[in-house]
Write a new protein. Structure first.
Length: 163
């Protein structure tokens, strides 16, 4: 199976793939010891190649996002599902990963950010969280090479663990 070797930081940015995503999740504690869980994901899809039943748009590339925050102590869940996200023109224009986007709704809009600040430091900002995370381990490449053969499509996949 042929694969393209993953190179950092270039491969953290967008590619010309059928679909790709930037996904962060984890567990948090505040200064009082209260526990939370979070997830944030932005998807990029080629609408001519992938069929997304809830997304009909008049352009080639579509973005949509999901985000959530769970307050473990209070047993409260704060989900966001944005079927359409609008990515700024300066996204993917920096040497390190940078995505600035908004998701309009009836309540207005929120500015979201996924950004690599420096070698091992990332920021994600949503309606409910604004986190700066430091990666303390090297990226884990799926299958040791970060390559997945989905037949007929191929994709790369890696994880940043222990942020």
């Amino acid at each position: 199976m042929k694969y393209k070797k993953i190179k950092f930081p270039q491969d953290e940015s967008a590619h010309n793939n059928i679909i790709e995503w930037w996904y962060f999740n984890g567990n948090l504690k505040d200064k009082k010891g209260n526990k939370y869980a979070f997830m944030d994901c932005l998807f990029k899809a080629d609408v001519n190649k992938v069929k997304i039943p809830f997304l009909k748009v008049p352009f080639k590339t579509a973005y949509f996002s999901h985000s959530l925050l769970s307050d473990i102590k209070e047993n409260k869940f704060y989900p966001e599902v944005n079927p359409l996200s609008i990515v700024s023109t300066d996204s993917f224009s920096k040497p390190l990963l940078f995505i600035n986007y908004t998701s309009p709704s009836l309540e207005g809009y929120t500015n979201y950010i996924i950004e690599k600040l420096e070698k091992s430091k990332y920021r994600i900002k949503t309606k409910n969280i604004d986190l700066i995370m430091t990666s303390t381990k090297k990226p884990v490449l799926t299958g040791g090479k970060g390559f997945v053969d989905l037949k007929p499509e191929k994709t790369s996949y890696y994880s940043l663990t222990n942020l």
